[in-house]
Design a protein around this ligand. Structure first.
Ligand code: F6P
Length: 329
C-alpha cells in the first residue's frame, strides 16, 4: 500500500479576479483528489501564495459547507512578481522545496500565461481550470462564474428597466468583461437592451445616438444602453458624454456602473455543475499524467485543450449581436 509520504502532492490555487463557483471547484479538487489518494495542498492568494509559502494541507473537512459560497475561501490575487523570469525561478525553488508534483490553477488567461511560463522551468504537472466571470477563455464554451454573473446583472438591469420605464429615461449601464463583450452581449439579450456596445464591434457614436432618437420617436419609454468596460475604457462618464452630445442628436441619460457586485454571490446551479465537474476532471487528468492543459467544456462535454490555445481570441456570438436591434424595435 502507498504510504502518505509516497502520495503525489498537488497544489491548488485561485488566481486573478474571483468568480462564483471557485469554492465549488476547490471542493471538487480536494475531495476527488483525496478519494484518489493524492495529497492536496491549497495555496492561499494565488501565485503570490507560492512566494509566501502559504500552503495548507487539505482534508475533506477543509472544504465542508463551501459549495454554495461566492468568492474563494483560499483567497486570490494578481501577482506581478510572476511576470518576471526571476519570479518564476524563485517559485520553482519553493515548489521543489515543498515537493509538489503538480499544480491546478483556477483562473483566467493571465493565470494560464503564468502556468505556461512555469511549465518551461519546472517539471511538475500544470493544469488550468477556467474561472472568471468574463467568459473570455478560448477553448471552453463557459468559464466558472459567468452564468452567475449574468444572472446578477440581469436582475440589476430588470430593476433599472422598472425605474427607467416609470420616469421615461434612458440609462447607460457599464458592465465588466475586461477587453471582451461576453457579459454585455448576453445580458443585453437577456434584458432586451436597445443598444449593446462591445469592443469586438466597431462603434459609431453618431449611429447609436440616431438609433436612440428614432426609438424614442417610435414611442419607446425607456432605453437601456449596455456598455462593456472594454468600450468605455475606465471612463464611462466621458464616453457617455461623447455619445449623448452628438450634434443634432442630443439626449439625456442616467449612468449606472454595476462594478464588483457582478463578481459576488452564491453560484448558480449551472456554475456549481460546471465547477464541480471541471475540478474533478482536473484531478483525473493529473492521475493520467497530463500537463500543460486547461480542462474545459465544449458542447456539454468535458475537454482538454493545450494551455497555449487559451491565449487565442475567443470569438463572440455574431448572430446574437446582429439580432439586438431587430428585437428592440
Ligand atoms: O476578470 C474579471 C474582472 O472582474 C474583469 O471583468 C474586470 O475588468 C477585472 O476583473 C477587475 O479587476 P479588479 O477587481 O482587480 O479591479
Amino acid at each position: 500500500m502507498q504510504s502518505n509520504e509516497q502520495r503525489k502532492r498537488i497544489g491548488v490555487f485561485c488566481s486573478g479576479g474571483d468568480a462564483p463557483g471557485m469554492n465549488a471547484c476547490l471542493r471538487a479538487v480536494v475531495r476527488r483528489g483525496i478519494a484518489k489518494k493524492l495529497n492536496i495542498i491549497a495555496i492561499h492568494r494565488g501565485f503570490q501564495g507560492i512566494f509566501d509559502e502559504a500552503f495548507e494541507k487539505m482534508t475533506p473537512r477543509s472544504v465542508g459547507n463551501i459549495l454554495q459560497l461566492g468568492g474563494t475561501i483560499i483567497k486570490t490575487a494578481r501577482c506581478k512578481k510572476f511576470y518576471s523570469i526571476e519570479g518564476v525561478l524563485e517559485a520553482v525553488t519553493i515548489l521543489k522545496k515543498h515537493r509538489l508534483d503538480g499544480l491546478i490553477a483556477i483562473g483566467g488567461d493571465g493565470t494560464f500565461r503564468g502556468l505556461l511560463e512555469l511549465k518551461k522551468l519546472w517539471d511538475g504537472q500544470v493544469i488550468g481550470i477556467p474561472g472568471t466571470i468574463d467568459n473570455d477563455i478560448f477553448g471552453t464554451d463557459y468559464t466558472i462564474g459567468y452564468d452567475t454573473a449574468i444572472d446578477t446583472v440581469i436582475q440589476m438591469l430588470d430593476r433599472i428597466r422598472d425605474t427607467a420605464e416609470s420616469h421615461e429615461r434612458a440609462f447607460v449601464v457599464e458592465v465588466m468583461g475586461r477587453h471582451t463583450g461576453f457579459i454585455a452581449l448576453k445580458v443585453g439579450i437577456g434584458c432586451g437592451a436597445e443598444e449593446v456596445l462591445i469592443p469586438e464591434h466597431t462603434i459609431d457614436l453618431e449611429t447609436v445616438a440616431r438609433r436612440v432618437k428614432v426609438a424614442q420617436k417610435r414611442g419607446k419609454k425607456s432605453i437601456i444602453i449596455i456598455v462593456a468596460e472594454g468600450v468605455s475604457k475606465g471612463n464611462i462618464f466621458d464616453f457617455c458624454n461623447r455619445l449623448t452630445t452628438q450634434k443634432g442628436l442630443e439626449f439625456q441619460t442616467h449612468i449606472s456602473i454595476l462594478g464588483h457586485v457582478q463578481r459576488g454571490g452564491s453560484p448558480s446551479a449551472l456554475d456549481r455543475w460546471l465547477a464541480t465537474r471541471l475540478g474533478a476532471f482536473a484531478v483525473d487528468c493529473v492521475l493520467k499524467g497530463d500537463t500543460g492543459i486547461m480542462v474545459g467544456e465544449q458542447n456539454l462535454q468535458l475537454v482538454k485543450i493545450p494551455l497555449e490555445d487559451t491565449q487565442k481570441k475567443k470569438p463572440i456570438d455574431s448572430y446574437a449581436y446582429e439580432i439586438i436591434h431587430d428585437l428592440a424595435i
